[in-house]
Design a protein around this ligand. Structure first.
Ligand code: PLP
Length: 403
Protein backbone atom coordinates (compact mmCIF):
# COMPACT_ATOMS: atom_id res chain seq x y z
CA UNK A 1 0.00 0.00 0.00
CA UNK A 2 1.36 3.39 -0.96
CA UNK A 3 -0.09 6.85 -0.63
CA UNK A 4 0.04 9.52 -3.30
CA UNK A 5 3.37 11.02 -2.30
CA UNK A 6 2.66 14.20 -4.20
CA UNK A 7 0.53 15.22 -1.22
CA UNK A 8 3.63 15.10 0.99
CA UNK A 9 5.27 17.78 -1.11
CA UNK A 10 2.65 20.30 -0.09
CA UNK A 11 3.30 22.42 2.91
CA UNK A 12 0.42 22.66 5.34
CA UNK A 13 -1.73 25.61 4.47
CA UNK A 14 -0.41 27.91 7.13
CA UNK A 15 -1.48 31.33 5.83
CA UNK A 16 -4.90 31.69 7.42
CA UNK A 17 -4.02 29.61 10.48
CA UNK A 18 -0.99 31.82 11.16
CA UNK A 19 -3.18 34.90 10.77
CA UNK A 20 -5.71 33.38 13.19
CA UNK A 21 -3.00 32.55 15.73
CA UNK A 22 -1.50 36.02 15.61
CA UNK A 23 -4.90 37.69 15.98
CA UNK A 24 -5.86 35.43 18.90
CA UNK A 25 -2.55 36.08 20.64
CA UNK A 26 -2.97 39.83 20.22
CA UNK A 27 -6.56 39.71 21.46
CA UNK A 28 -5.51 37.67 24.53
CA UNK A 29 -2.82 40.23 25.37
CA UNK A 30 -5.18 43.17 24.66
CA UNK A 31 -8.67 41.99 25.62
CA UNK A 32 -10.20 45.42 25.01
CA UNK A 33 -8.70 45.86 21.54
CA UNK A 34 -11.26 46.60 18.83
CA UNK A 35 -9.92 44.56 15.92
CA UNK A 36 -11.27 45.12 12.39
CA UNK A 37 -10.96 42.21 9.98
CA UNK A 38 -10.39 43.22 6.38
CA UNK A 39 -8.57 40.05 5.44
CA UNK A 40 -11.83 38.27 4.85
CA UNK A 41 -12.24 36.52 1.49
CA UNK A 42 -15.82 35.48 2.21
CA UNK A 43 -19.02 37.39 1.62
CA UNK A 44 -20.90 38.79 4.61
CA UNK A 45 -24.17 40.14 3.16
CA UNK A 46 -27.24 37.86 3.14
CA UNK A 47 -28.53 36.06 0.04
CA UNK A 48 -30.70 38.04 -2.39
CA UNK A 49 -34.35 38.08 -1.24
CA UNK A 50 -35.35 36.49 -4.55
CA UNK A 51 -33.11 33.50 -3.81
CA UNK A 52 -34.47 33.14 -0.28
CA UNK A 53 -38.05 33.03 -1.61
CA UNK A 54 -37.05 30.50 -4.28
CA UNK A 55 -35.20 28.33 -1.74
CA UNK A 56 -38.27 28.23 0.53
CA UNK A 57 -40.54 27.34 -2.38
CA UNK A 58 -38.13 24.60 -3.50
CA UNK A 59 -38.13 23.10 0.00
CA UNK A 60 -41.92 22.94 -0.25
CA UNK A 61 -41.61 21.23 -3.65
CA UNK A 62 -39.61 18.51 -1.94
CA UNK A 63 -42.46 17.95 0.55
CA UNK A 64 -44.95 16.69 -2.07
CA UNK A 65 -44.63 13.48 -4.09
CA UNK A 66 -45.79 15.27 -7.27
CA UNK A 67 -43.05 17.91 -7.11
CA UNK A 68 -40.36 15.95 -5.28
CA UNK A 69 -36.97 15.67 -7.03
CA UNK A 70 -34.33 13.00 -6.58
CA UNK A 71 -30.90 12.86 -8.20
CA UNK A 72 -30.64 16.12 -10.08
CA UNK A 73 -28.68 14.49 -12.89
CA UNK A 74 -31.45 11.93 -13.53
CA UNK A 75 -34.37 14.36 -13.33
CA UNK A 76 -33.68 16.16 -16.59
CA UNK A 77 -33.85 19.51 -14.82
CA UNK A 78 -32.30 22.19 -17.00
CA UNK A 79 -33.87 25.43 -15.77
CA UNK A 80 -30.63 26.71 -14.21
CA UNK A 81 -28.53 25.85 -17.25
CA UNK A 82 -31.13 27.65 -19.38
CA UNK A 83 -30.90 30.75 -17.19
CA UNK A 84 -27.09 30.65 -17.45
CA UNK A 85 -27.34 30.14 -21.21
CA UNK A 86 -29.59 33.22 -21.49
CA UNK A 87 -27.18 35.22 -19.33
CA UNK A 88 -24.31 34.38 -21.72
CA UNK A 89 -26.53 35.11 -24.73
CA UNK A 90 -27.16 38.61 -23.37
CA UNK A 91 -23.38 39.18 -23.66
CA UNK A 92 -23.37 37.82 -27.22
CA UNK A 93 -22.06 34.36 -26.27
CA UNK A 94 -24.07 31.45 -27.63
CA UNK A 95 -23.73 28.17 -25.71
CA UNK A 96 -25.71 24.99 -25.79
CA UNK A 97 -26.90 23.39 -22.57
CA UNK A 98 -24.42 20.51 -22.93
CA UNK A 99 -21.57 22.99 -22.68
CA UNK A 100 -22.64 24.19 -19.21
CA UNK A 101 -21.74 21.95 -16.25
CA UNK A 102 -23.21 22.83 -12.85
CA UNK A 103 -21.18 22.12 -9.75
CA UNK A 104 -20.79 22.90 -6.07
CA UNK A 105 -17.96 25.37 -6.54
CA UNK A 106 -15.35 26.94 -8.76
CA UNK A 107 -12.81 25.64 -6.27
CA UNK A 108 -13.86 22.05 -6.95
CA UNK A 109 -13.97 22.54 -10.71
CA UNK A 110 -10.69 24.43 -11.05
CA UNK A 111 -9.13 21.76 -8.85
CA UNK A 112 -10.76 18.75 -10.55
CA UNK A 113 -10.20 19.83 -14.13
CA UNK A 114 -6.67 18.43 -13.97
CA UNK A 115 -8.19 14.89 -13.87
CA UNK A 116 -8.83 14.97 -17.60
CA UNK A 117 -5.36 16.12 -18.65
CA UNK A 118 -2.14 14.12 -18.80
CA UNK A 119 0.27 14.31 -15.91
CA UNK A 120 3.12 15.48 -18.10
CA UNK A 121 1.35 18.65 -19.27
CA UNK A 122 3.31 21.79 -18.48
CA UNK A 123 1.22 24.06 -16.26
CA UNK A 124 1.60 27.84 -16.28
CA UNK A 125 0.51 29.96 -13.34
CA UNK A 126 0.83 33.54 -12.17
CA UNK A 127 2.65 34.52 -9.01
CA UNK A 128 0.89 35.77 -6.85
CA UNK A 129 -2.06 33.47 -7.43
CA UNK A 130 -5.15 31.77 -5.94
CA UNK A 131 -3.30 28.82 -4.30
CA UNK A 132 -5.76 26.12 -5.44
CA UNK A 133 -4.35 26.05 -9.00
CA UNK A 134 -0.87 25.29 -7.75
CA UNK A 135 -1.74 22.88 -4.95
CA UNK A 136 -4.10 20.73 -7.05
CA UNK A 137 -1.48 20.34 -9.76
CA UNK A 138 1.11 19.40 -7.16
CA UNK A 139 -1.34 16.73 -5.92
CA UNK A 140 -1.80 15.59 -9.52
CA UNK A 141 1.94 15.09 -10.00
CA UNK A 142 2.51 18.01 -12.36
CA UNK A 143 5.07 19.79 -10.22
CA UNK A 144 8.63 18.89 -9.35
CA UNK A 145 9.74 20.18 -5.99
CA UNK A 146 9.32 23.33 -3.97
CA UNK A 147 12.46 25.37 -4.55
CA UNK A 148 14.28 27.66 -2.15
CA UNK A 149 12.75 30.69 -3.89
CA UNK A 150 9.24 29.49 -2.93
CA UNK A 151 8.33 28.41 -6.47
CA UNK A 152 7.85 24.87 -7.81
CA UNK A 153 10.11 23.27 -10.35
CA UNK A 154 8.11 21.82 -13.21
CA UNK A 155 5.72 24.79 -13.46
CA UNK A 156 5.97 27.70 -15.85
CA UNK A 157 5.67 30.97 -13.95
CA UNK A 158 4.15 33.85 -15.87
CA UNK A 159 5.75 37.15 -15.20
CA UNK A 160 3.11 39.42 -13.64
CA UNK A 161 4.48 42.11 -11.38
CA UNK A 162 4.11 45.82 -10.88
CA UNK A 163 5.61 46.55 -14.31
CA UNK A 164 2.61 44.87 -15.98
CA UNK A 165 0.01 45.98 -13.41
CA UNK A 166 0.08 42.43 -12.09
CA UNK A 167 -1.38 41.10 -15.35
CA UNK A 168 0.30 37.98 -16.79
CA UNK A 169 2.61 38.17 -19.78
CA UNK A 170 2.54 35.45 -22.46
CA UNK A 171 5.07 32.71 -21.68
CA UNK A 172 8.28 32.62 -23.65
CA UNK A 173 8.41 28.84 -23.56
CA UNK A 174 5.89 26.04 -23.95
CA UNK A 175 2.91 25.87 -21.57
CA UNK A 176 0.07 23.39 -22.08
CA UNK A 177 -2.43 24.44 -19.43
CA UNK A 178 -2.57 28.08 -18.38
CA UNK A 179 -4.57 29.29 -15.38
CA UNK A 180 -5.87 32.83 -15.80
CA UNK A 181 -8.03 34.59 -13.24
CA UNK A 182 -9.70 37.87 -14.10
CA UNK A 183 -10.58 39.88 -12.07
CA UNK A 184 -7.75 38.40 -10.12
CA UNK A 185 -7.52 37.15 -6.57
CA UNK A 186 -5.44 38.51 -4.82
CA UNK A 187 -4.43 41.55 -6.92
CA UNK A 188 -7.90 42.70 -8.00
CA UNK A 189 -6.68 43.44 -11.54
CA UNK A 190 -8.78 42.55 -14.60
CA UNK A 191 -7.73 41.93 -18.21
CA UNK A 192 -9.12 43.94 -21.11
CA UNK A 193 -10.26 42.56 -24.47
CA UNK A 194 -6.90 43.14 -26.20
CA UNK A 195 -5.02 41.35 -23.42
CA UNK A 196 -7.44 38.42 -23.48
CA UNK A 197 -7.28 38.27 -27.27
CA UNK A 198 -3.50 37.96 -27.11
CA UNK A 199 -3.95 34.95 -24.80
CA UNK A 200 -6.61 33.35 -26.99
CA UNK A 201 -4.52 33.79 -30.15
CA UNK A 202 -1.45 32.41 -28.41
CA UNK A 203 -3.34 29.39 -27.03
CA UNK A 204 -4.88 28.56 -30.42
CA UNK A 205 -1.49 28.81 -32.09
CA UNK A 206 0.22 26.65 -29.48
CA UNK A 207 -2.58 24.13 -29.00
CA UNK A 208 -2.67 25.07 -25.31
CA UNK A 209 -5.74 25.30 -23.08
CA UNK A 210 -6.65 28.35 -21.00
CA UNK A 211 -8.33 27.61 -17.67
CA UNK A 212 -10.12 30.88 -17.14
CA UNK A 213 -11.45 31.61 -13.65
CA UNK A 214 -14.21 34.20 -13.78
CA UNK A 215 -15.33 33.80 -10.15
CA UNK A 216 -15.28 37.61 -9.77
CA UNK A 217 -16.78 38.63 -13.14
CA UNK A 218 -19.81 40.18 -11.42
CA UNK A 219 -17.54 42.84 -9.93
CA UNK A 220 -16.49 44.19 -13.33
CA UNK A 221 -17.71 47.76 -13.61
CA UNK A 222 -15.56 49.04 -16.45
CA UNK A 223 -16.00 48.19 -20.12
CA UNK A 224 -14.14 44.87 -19.98
CA UNK A 225 -15.09 41.36 -21.13
CA UNK A 226 -17.08 39.42 -18.54
CA UNK A 227 -16.36 36.10 -20.20
CA UNK A 228 -13.40 34.73 -22.16
CA UNK A 229 -15.93 33.65 -24.83
CA UNK A 230 -16.53 37.30 -25.71
CA UNK A 231 -13.14 36.97 -27.41
CA UNK A 232 -13.31 35.40 -30.90
CA UNK A 233 -11.55 32.04 -31.01
CA UNK A 234 -11.89 31.33 -27.28
CA UNK A 235 -14.17 28.33 -27.78
CA UNK A 236 -11.36 26.33 -29.31
CA UNK A 237 -8.93 27.00 -26.47
CA UNK A 238 -10.65 27.92 -23.20
CA UNK A 239 -12.57 26.46 -20.29
CA UNK A 240 -14.35 28.98 -18.07
CA UNK A 241 -15.16 28.63 -14.36
CA UNK A 242 -17.86 30.75 -12.77
CA UNK A 243 -19.53 30.75 -9.39
CA UNK A 244 -22.54 32.10 -7.53
CA UNK A 245 -20.32 32.41 -4.43
CA UNK A 246 -19.02 35.94 -4.71
CA UNK A 247 -21.64 36.96 -7.28
CA UNK A 248 -24.71 36.22 -5.17
CA UNK A 249 -23.51 35.32 -1.69
CA UNK A 250 -23.63 31.53 -2.26
CA UNK A 251 -20.37 30.70 -0.47
CA UNK A 252 -22.35 28.75 2.13
CA UNK A 253 -25.01 27.41 -0.25
CA UNK A 254 -22.51 26.18 -2.90
CA UNK A 255 -23.29 26.53 -6.59
CA UNK A 256 -21.07 27.16 -9.59
CA UNK A 257 -20.67 26.20 -13.23
CA UNK A 258 -17.99 25.43 -15.75
CA UNK A 259 -18.26 25.94 -19.48
CA UNK A 260 -16.46 23.46 -21.71
CA UNK A 261 -17.20 24.27 -25.38
CA UNK A 262 -17.82 21.43 -27.80
CA UNK A 263 -15.27 22.92 -30.19
CA UNK A 264 -12.52 22.41 -27.63
CA UNK A 265 -10.45 19.45 -28.80
CA UNK A 266 -7.22 18.03 -27.43
CA UNK A 267 -5.28 15.48 -29.46
CA UNK A 268 -8.40 14.70 -31.50
CA UNK A 269 -10.53 14.10 -28.39
CA UNK A 270 -13.46 16.24 -27.26
CA UNK A 271 -12.58 17.89 -23.94
CA UNK A 272 -16.29 18.45 -23.37
CA UNK A 273 -16.93 14.70 -23.59
CA UNK A 274 -14.09 13.95 -21.18
CA UNK A 275 -15.36 16.44 -18.61
CA UNK A 276 -18.92 15.13 -19.01
CA UNK A 277 -17.61 11.62 -18.36
CA UNK A 278 -15.58 12.74 -15.36
CA UNK A 279 -18.49 14.61 -13.81
CA UNK A 280 -21.03 11.84 -14.49
CA UNK A 281 -18.75 9.41 -12.67
CA UNK A 282 -17.62 11.52 -9.73
CA UNK A 283 -20.39 14.07 -9.15
CA UNK A 284 -24.12 13.58 -8.64
CA UNK A 285 -25.29 17.07 -9.39
CA UNK A 286 -26.32 20.26 -7.63
CA UNK A 287 -29.36 19.91 -5.39
CA UNK A 288 -32.71 20.99 -6.83
CA UNK A 289 -33.18 23.42 -3.93
CA UNK A 290 -29.83 25.08 -4.56
CA UNK A 291 -30.52 25.29 -8.29
CA UNK A 292 -33.79 27.11 -7.63
CA UNK A 293 -32.00 29.58 -5.36
CA UNK A 294 -29.37 30.21 -8.03
CA UNK A 295 -31.95 30.50 -10.82
CA UNK A 296 -33.65 33.33 -8.89
CA UNK A 297 -30.51 35.47 -9.18
CA UNK A 298 -31.29 35.80 -12.92
CA UNK A 299 -34.82 37.19 -12.40
CA UNK A 300 -35.19 40.99 -12.67
CA UNK A 301 -35.63 41.29 -8.88
CA UNK A 302 -32.75 38.91 -8.19
CA UNK A 303 -30.45 40.76 -10.57
CA UNK A 304 -31.21 44.10 -8.89
CA UNK A 305 -30.52 42.61 -5.44
CA UNK A 306 -27.28 41.04 -6.63
CA UNK A 307 -26.23 44.36 -8.14
CA UNK A 308 -26.93 46.21 -4.86
CA UNK A 309 -24.79 43.80 -2.86
CA UNK A 310 -21.92 43.90 -5.35
CA UNK A 311 -22.11 47.70 -5.29
CA UNK A 312 -21.91 47.61 -1.51
CA UNK A 313 -18.68 45.58 -1.58
CA UNK A 314 -17.29 47.70 -4.40
CA UNK A 315 -17.98 50.89 -2.45
CA UNK A 316 -16.03 49.43 0.47
CA UNK A 317 -13.17 48.49 -1.85
CA UNK A 318 -13.26 52.02 -3.27
CA UNK A 319 -13.06 53.52 0.22
CA UNK A 320 -10.03 51.33 1.01
CA UNK A 321 -8.32 52.18 -2.28
CA UNK A 322 -8.89 55.94 -1.91
CA UNK A 323 -7.79 55.92 1.74
CA UNK A 324 -4.61 53.98 1.05
CA UNK A 325 -3.72 56.18 -1.91
CA UNK A 326 -4.26 59.30 0.18
CA UNK A 327 -1.95 57.78 2.82
CA UNK A 328 0.73 57.42 0.14
CA UNK A 329 0.52 53.72 -0.70
CA UNK A 330 0.75 52.34 -4.22
CA UNK A 331 -2.53 50.53 -4.81
CA UNK A 332 -3.98 48.09 -7.38
CA UNK A 333 -7.44 46.57 -7.75
CA UNK A 334 -10.50 47.75 -5.85
CA UNK A 335 -12.29 48.91 -9.02
CA UNK A 336 -13.47 45.76 -10.80
CA UNK A 337 -12.90 43.63 -7.75
CA UNK A 338 -13.56 43.37 -4.02
CA UNK A 339 -9.79 43.02 -3.55
CA UNK A 340 -7.39 45.87 -2.91
CA UNK A 341 -3.69 45.09 -3.29
CA UNK A 342 -1.03 47.49 -2.12
CA UNK A 343 2.67 47.78 -1.60
CA UNK A 344 4.06 47.89 1.90
CA UNK A 345 6.27 50.91 2.50
CA UNK A 346 9.74 51.35 3.96
CA UNK A 347 10.99 47.98 2.73
CA UNK A 348 8.62 46.13 5.03
CA UNK A 349 7.84 42.50 4.31
CA UNK A 350 4.21 41.41 4.00
CA UNK A 351 4.26 39.84 7.48
CA UNK A 352 5.98 42.87 9.01
CA UNK A 353 3.19 45.04 7.66
CA UNK A 354 0.65 42.52 8.98
CA UNK A 355 2.14 42.85 12.49
CA UNK A 356 2.31 46.63 12.24
CA UNK A 357 -1.32 46.96 11.17
CA UNK A 358 -2.46 44.55 13.88
CA UNK A 359 -0.42 46.10 16.68
CA UNK A 360 -0.71 49.77 15.84
CA UNK A 361 -4.16 50.16 14.27
CA UNK A 362 -5.80 46.80 15.01
CA UNK A 363 -6.61 46.10 11.37
CA UNK A 364 -6.21 42.56 10.03
CA UNK A 365 -5.42 41.88 6.37
CA UNK A 366 -3.73 39.16 4.34
CA UNK A 367 0.02 39.17 3.65
CA UNK A 368 0.68 39.11 -0.10
CA UNK A 369 3.46 36.56 0.33
CA UNK A 370 0.76 34.01 1.21
CA UNK A 371 -0.26 33.99 -2.48
CA UNK A 372 3.20 33.21 -3.82
CA UNK A 373 6.75 34.48 -3.42
CA UNK A 374 6.20 37.45 -5.75
CA UNK A 375 3.49 38.68 -3.36
CA UNK A 376 6.25 39.48 -0.84
CA UNK A 377 6.14 43.13 0.14
CA UNK A 378 2.47 43.46 -0.82
CA UNK A 379 -0.74 43.18 1.13
CA UNK A 380 -4.41 42.39 0.43
CA UNK A 381 -7.45 44.03 1.99
CA UNK A 382 -11.01 43.25 0.94
CA UNK A 383 -14.31 45.07 0.58
CA UNK A 384 -16.26 42.19 2.14
CA UNK A 385 -16.59 43.86 5.57
CA UNK A 386 -19.33 46.26 6.65
CA UNK A 387 -19.27 49.83 5.34
CA UNK A 388 -18.90 51.25 8.87
CA UNK A 389 -16.01 49.05 9.91
CA UNK A 390 -14.28 49.49 6.56
CA UNK A 391 -14.42 53.28 6.90
CA UNK A 392 -13.13 53.03 10.47
CA UNK A 393 -10.23 50.79 9.40
CA UNK A 394 -9.24 53.15 6.61
CA UNK A 395 -9.36 56.11 8.98
CA UNK A 396 -7.07 54.32 11.43
CA UNK A 397 -4.60 53.42 8.69
CA UNK A 398 -4.69 56.97 7.31
CA UNK A 399 -4.05 58.48 10.74
CA UNK A 400 -1.07 56.21 11.33
CA UNK A 401 0.47 56.40 7.88
CA UNK A 402 -0.57 59.91 6.73
CA UNK A 403 2.14 61.55 4.66
N1 PLP B 1 -11.70 31.09 -7.70
C1 PLP B 1 -11.14 32.13 -7.06
C2 PLP B 1 -10.16 32.98 -7.78
C3 PLP B 1 -11.46 32.40 -5.73
O1 PLP B 1 -10.89 33.42 -5.09
C4 PLP B 1 -12.39 31.57 -5.06
C5 PLP B 1 -12.76 31.80 -3.65
O2 PLP B 1 -12.19 32.53 -2.92
C6 PLP B 1 -12.94 30.51 -5.77
C7 PLP B 1 -12.58 30.29 -7.08
C8 PLP B 1 -13.86 29.54 -5.08
O3 PLP B 1 -15.15 29.69 -5.46
P1 PLP B 1 -16.28 28.69 -4.96
O4 PLP B 1 -16.84 29.25 -3.70
O5 PLP B 1 -17.26 28.68 -6.09
O6 PLP B 1 -15.68 27.35 -4.75
Amino acid sequence: MKINENFLKLQSSYLFSTIGQKVRAYQAAHPRADIIRLGIGDVTRPLPAASIAALHAAVDDMSRAETFKGYPTDCGITFLEEAIQADYAARGVSLDIGEIFLSDGAKSDSGNIGDIFAEDNLVAVCDPIYPVYVDTNVMGGRAGNLMANGRWSGFVYLSCGEESDFLPALPESRADLVYLCSPNNPTGMAMNAAQLKAWVDWANEQGSILLYDGAYEAFITEDLPRSIYEIPGAKTCAIEFRSFSKTAGFTGVRCAYTVVPRELMAGGTSVNALWARRQATKFNGVSYITQRGAEATFTPGGRAQVRDTIQYYLRNAGVIKAGLEAAGFRVWGGVNSPYVWFKAREGLSSWELFDLLLEEVQVVGTPGSGFGPSGEGYFRLTGFGTAERTAEAVERISRRFAL
